[in-house]
Design a protein around this ligand. Structure first.
Ligand code: ADP
Ligand code: MG
Length: 295
């Protein structure tokens, strides 16, 4: 394509709510055949709510909410927001943790009121040699079978509760994924979340179960993109989180949600200003048209 055509394409992108870093970005779009979509905040709204608290015999609900809520109040993860807001709604106030650490892709840990508290994936508890008792394991499987995310709570060496949180699929996601497919692209879902939850979201938006890549740690998302490239695919990645930045940079085309983090926006080649996934299909169609591959 001529430089003029590329400039026109860039200007048209701005009208569609697509910010393009430079005209050369459109060239990278030519070969793209696979679109890897982050789940939380990209395909789903990322606004989660706390739906249920399941306690074991060794804890009551108010104490679970107080200790888990206090710890999650220090985290900015969408799940943490849901837990802290749910706890604040029930209890009015929360203690300030004496110690706090994020464990990326797994959860949070810290000290609240002298108790060593963990909130996160079952795998985080396993790292401290704790496991869920049968009743909590059952609550977790039931929640996940229903497409909800189950979070474990433990303190002082014992698993105490399972929290259910859920996040709605964006209204425009199914249509957007239909449009990507109509362009001949293969959509895939990539997430750190549990497989059952990921497959439930995939089903709602029309992504095949064999194209769901779940339970991927944040630092491993970039390796998934590399692996797909190694299989000969040309990969577009769409994401919003700090944990998507390396994968966005590695992808042949990185699309950042404008509603996402600065790290993702900096790493991407394109920004979908309104956070509407349909703009991803617009961007790829625009690039092809600008390059003269379709009319
Ligand atoms: P995604 O790839 O969908 O954006 P993340 O990689 O951020 O998800 O997180 C993966 C999983 O780790 C979450 O689904 C959740 O089970 C757990 N997790 C991460 N952070 C937290 C937290 N602050 N509180 C509870 N669970 C967490
Ligand atoms: Mg995300």
């Amino acid at each position: 394509a001529t430089p003029t055509a590329l400039m026109v394409g860039t200007g048209r992108g701005a009208q569609l709510g697509i910010l393009i870093k430079g005209p050369e970005v459109l060239e990278n779009t030519r070969k793209v055949d696979t679109v890897v979509l982050d789940k939380t905040g990209t395909v789903t709204t990322g606004r989660m709510t706390l739906l249920a608290v399941h306690t074991a015999d060794n804890a009551d609900e108010a104490e679970v909410l107080r200790l888990a809520g206090a710890l999650e109040h220090s985290s900015e993860h969408p799940i943490a927001r849901a837990v802290a807001d749910g706890a604040l709604e029930k209890l009015g106030t929360l203690p300030v943790p004496e110690d706090f650490a994020n464990v990326p892709g797994l959860g949070v840990q810290g000290i609240v009121d002298g108790h060593a508290v963990l909130v996160g994936r079952e795998r985080l508890l396993a790292e401290w040699a704790m496991e869920l008792p049968a009743e909590l394991a059952r609550a977790k499987s039931e929640a996940e079978a229903g497409g909800r995310t189950a979070i474990a709570v433990a303190w002082d060496g014992e698993a105490r509760a399972v929290l259910e949180v859920a996040d709605a699929v964006k209204e425009t996601s199914a249509e957007a994924i239909g449009r990507l497919r109509a362009l001949g692209l293969t959509p895939m879902l990539l997430t750190g979340d549990n497989r059952a939850v990921a497959e439930s979201v995939a089903r709602q938006v029309g992504i095949a179960p064999e194209h769901v890549i779940a339970e991927v740690l944040p630092q491993d998302k970039v390796d998934v993109v590399k692996r797909l490239q190694g299989e000969g695919r040309s990969v577009a990645m769409v994401g919003d989180g700090v944990n998507d930045a390396a994968a966005l940079a590695q992808a042949d085309l990185g699309l950042a949600m404008g509603t996402g983090t600065d790290a993702a926006i900096e790493a991407g080649d394109l920004t979908l200003v309104r956070g509407d996934l349909r703009a991803a299909a617009d961007a790829i169609r625009l690039a092809r048209r600008t390059l003269g591959t379709i009319r």
